[in-house]
Write a protein that binds this ligand. Structure first.
Ligand SMILES: Cc1cc2nc3c(=O)[nH]c(=O)nc-3n(C[C@H](O)[C@H](O)[C@H](O)COP(=O)(O)OP(=O)(O)OC[C@H]3O[C@@H](n4cnc5c(N)ncnc54)[C@H](O)[C@@H]3O)c2cc1C
Length: 525
């Protein structure tokens, strides 16, 4: 069967859905084709895993979406379709060897916290300096570098900062978080509170630009908190799908795209696993990894050799793991301040953070991982039955292939067998035990997702990499996805590339979907 649309989108993650919804609002008929049986990609809300609970199996926190331009474009439609966001005054905190602290959206509380840590002057200076350049910083992350007007940002920076200032800011932009935290703050607790946020952009404290990312996220969280949608990310997914179908589009699940057909140099249609052809009168947009796009979906003869070779060299980052725990009562933290915090990092110190990232990069299971403990019910109480507790635990310092165990406890054969996965999960729970008294005794349900499970849930998470590609600077910004610096343009007429593997990278902001939809909308005008 052949079906006809204006745009055909491969995959249904946040970028595909944002892109599809924006084009649909512009009057386009859009088909979104998804190989899984549900749309959403790394948004996977499940009500069937623990009875009575709503569990975000993968991504959970939406500050990037609410703070980004895609939300601004679609907010009125999302509200009309019932998407409602809740927020918190206590978005993040840390429990480390030297103490604990909470970063709040309340400036007075932050002044007390940093004052108590002896870092108030330093914190104020960081925020004020960042505030002066915030439009440039956020502009850099949201700019479509490949449009003629992207030069405006550089010009603005030049006018605002001068030649010397631009040079200085360039060095600041590349600084790693570890040295920055060491030279800026005196308390190990402040360092451990802020630096682990680099993880959430795929970086470690010794990676270039991790200080910049830490500052961006610290500012974004203190201003915007940690919003999540009532009832889970599925509500956002459903609403975005509705915007597409209301305009005559289609969301086809259990429909894997096998080929993108290029005729006379232009992408014209796609062939799906069930033998159907979806034709695209205007564009085909692929939200897949570079390797899938250039080496698999496109015929070899359509792709210039330099694209194939650059795609071959595209690198994946560390893997991730998720542990979900249902508890008979809310988590009993030793430090009661943590009970209301949405996302707590539990680690020894910035030094253990550095050790664990490097261990995982080199193929070793960390001894003392940095543990991300999410507590969705602190914001949306509907996620668990009354009186019960729910923990969303994330690990981002996980080797994709195992070479060894830094603690020399877990034996392995290189692969992520379920035995190795569960033993490592137990190390994490044992590490949390001194901080959360009922983490073991109160368990009524447990799910552990290792790297292989993540890839099984979403093929774009290659080797369990939650960010669909290493985010270090040589593969970020201008050089994401390919070192050819071609951006979302595939070099094939009518074919665009979006998703976490493309600029501006991973996260629920929907940035690449937004940038491509905006570009296409403006073209049509
Ligand atoms: C465990 C985990 C936790 C995270 N937590 C957060 C968080 O809390 N907040 C945050 O901002 N970010 C988070 N992230 C990152 C964020 O969720 C992702 O970067 C983002 O959702 C990726 O979106 P995407 O548009 O690239 O598409 P994806 O979500 O990767 O979806 C791509 C879809 O394309 C489909 N597909 C691929 N190939 C084909 C094909 N040939 N035919 C048809 N369909 C195909 C896949 O099945 C998949 O459904 C998390 C990621 C993970 C994995």
């Amino acid at each position: 069967m052949t079906k006809e649309f204006d745009a055909v989108i491969v995959g249904s993650g946040i970028n595909a859905l944002v892109c599809g919804a924006m084009l649909a609002k512009n009057g386009w008929r859009v088909a979104i084709l998804e190989r899984n049986d549900q749309p959403g990609g790394a948004i996977s809300t499940r009500t069937d895993v623990f009875p009575g609970f709503t569990v975000e199996l993968l991504s959970s926190w939406h500050p990037l979406f609410l703070g980004g331009p895609a939300y601004a474009d679609l907010a009125s439609d999302l509200a009309r379709l019932g998407v409602e966001y809740l927020n918190t005054e206590d978005p993040t905190g840390v429990v480390c060897t030297d103490g604990s602290a909470v970063l709040s959206t309340n400036a007075q509380r932050n002044a007390e916290t940093f004052g108590g840590l002896g870092d108030l002057g330093a914190w104020n200076a960081v925020m004020s300096d960042f505030g002066n350049k915030a439009d440039l910083a956020f502009g850099l992350l949201g700019t479509d570098f490949w449009r003629p007007n992207s030069g405006k940002l550089g010009w603005k920076a030049w006018r605002q900062l001068g030649r010397r200032g631009v040079m200085e800011s360039g060095a600041e932009l590349l600084e790693p978080a570890g040295p920055w935290a060491d030279r800026t703050f005196s308390s190990p607790v402040t360092k451990a509170l802020l630096a682990p946020w680099a993880l959430h952009n795929g970086l470690g404290p010794d990676d270039a630009s991790s200080a910049f990312i830490t500052k961006v996220i610290a500012a974004a969280i203190t201003l915007g908190g940690m919003p999540i949608p009532v009832g889970g990310g599925v509500k956002l997914v459903d609403a975005l799908c509705t915007i597409v179908t209301e305009a005559g589009g289609e969301i086809a699940t259990s429909t894997a795209v096998q080929k993108i057909n290029v005729i006379d140099g232009k992408a014209r249609s796609v062939l799906t696993s069930d033998g159907n052809t979806y034709t695209a009168s205007k564009v085909v947009i692929a939200s897949v990894t570079p390797q899938s796009l250039y080496l698999d979906l496109l015929d070899e003869k359509c792709v210039p050799e330099k694209y194939r070779s650059a795609a071959q060299d595209y690198r994946y980052g560390r893997a991730g793991m998720q542990i979900h725990l249902a508890l008979s009562e809310p988590p009993r933290w030793n430090n009661p301040d943590m009970a209301n915090v949405a996302l707590v990092h539990v680690l020894d110190s910035i030094n253990s953070f550095s050790e664990s990232v490097n261990a995982a990069n080199r193929g070793f299971l960390p001894r003392r991982p940095t543990i991300v403990v999410g507590q969705p019910t602190t914001i949306d109480s509907s996620r668990a039955p009354e009186g019960a507790g729910l923990l969303w635990i994330q690990l981002q310092e996980v080797p994709r292939v195992i070479r060894g165990d830094l603690a020399a406890e877990i034996t392995h054969t290189g692969d992520w067998s379920s035995k190795v996965r569960d033993q490592y999960a137990q190390r994490v729970i044992d590490q949390l035990q001194p901080h959360i008294a009922n983490i073991s005794s109160g368990q009524t349900g447990k799910i552990v997702l290792g790297p292989a499970d993540l890839e099984g849930l979403n093929v774009n998470l290659v080797g369990g990499d939650p960010y669909s590609g290493d985010c270090r600077i040589d593969q970020y910004a201008l050089w994401r996805p390919l070192r050819l610096a071609n951006g979302h343009n595939t070099g094939i007429k009518g074919l665009w590339h979006i998703g976490a593997s493309t600029h501006p990278g991973p996260g629920l902001g929907g940035g690449s979907g937004y940038l491509v939809a905006k570009r296409l909308r403006e073209r049509r005008r």
